[in-house]
Design a protein around this ligand. Sequence first.
Ligand code: TXA
Ligand code: MG
Length: 350
Amino acid sequence: MNTEIAVLTEDNIDKKVIKRAGDILRAGGLVAFPTETVYGLGGDALNPESSKKIYAAKGRPSDNPLIVHITNMEALEKIVTEIPEGARILSQRFWPGPLTMIFKKNDIVPRETTGGLDTVAVRMPSNKIAAAMIDAAGGYVAAPSANLSGRPSPTVAKYVIEDMNGRIDMIIDGGDSDVGLESTIVDFTAGEPMILRPGYITKEMLEEALSTAVSVDKAIIDSNSKVAPKAPGMKYRHYAPKGELTIVEGSSEAVTEAVNGYVSEASLAGFRTGVIATEETKSLYRADSVKSVGHAGREDEVAHHLFRILREFDDEGIEKIFSESFADSGLGAAVMNRLLKAAGHKVIKL
Ligand code: TXA
Ligand code: MG
């Protein structure tokens, strides 16, 4: 398949490109597009054939449901059986933006889109290219992250092209993703709100908006939990670079010293080595590739850079990667969730 590639910027959106993308989606084709979180791989959410194509293009298990992207509340009302009060409050506060909510679906949404579930995940993205494209497509775009299943989500078009060129109809390059991690997912279908995937909208922000406690799916907090996560996608190994990633936890000095030791051992054994460090610590490491994810304590910077850095290690053929650990409160909870998954939960505690 020949994949059309178009470059757009949010403040100067070429209407012809948007119309072309909308036409492709209405005809059942697939278009990858930028959002404020990560790039999405879009298809018409109300067309079961489009959803099947998405699973095929990603190589994704079809029991892993897709998020339906919309641009207004009327669109939401048409596809769910009810909108709980809490969801209404969060929609007013955080939509458009990096928040996904789970609702009970009605018959308009095909089960192919929801991985066979009676519930549907819905998000209203703030990226203007995404919004224009969703409207041009008829209002409902199902989109997982635009990576091959298991690989880190793409935050720049280069990596969408690497994974999807030749597999889908069109890729819209809209530059760098603002947030860099996928949306926060909140479930309202079991009564009390529960976070199924941490993201840029933190637990604290949700609790403040709702004036009530918000729980977090146990399967996410406890890596040893035998309970299946409530978001089916969270059970898969994810975000993984090709190299073997290990997180090293401890005081800053101890981590630097230990990581340099692990790096020397790995180098002696013939492996190409990488380190994930911060602006403050990057000069302290000796490895084939040392990358800074941002300033220490700035979890927003870490979120923004993490997935791109994991991909860059792949580009450089790095085989053993060691990462510093980050605080896991606030946005750090989302950062550590992704980093731990990328590492297959391999952590050395000093
Ligand atoms: O930021 C994002 O959410 C990005 C952009 C493109 O919008 N999308 C994204 O989609 O991350 P994906 O498919 O990579 O992740 C969707 C997650 C999966 O873990 C899936 O299992 C969960 O959402 N999910 C979807 N529908 C669900 C449902 N009805 N109930 C529980 N979890 C659901
Ligand atoms: Mg994904």
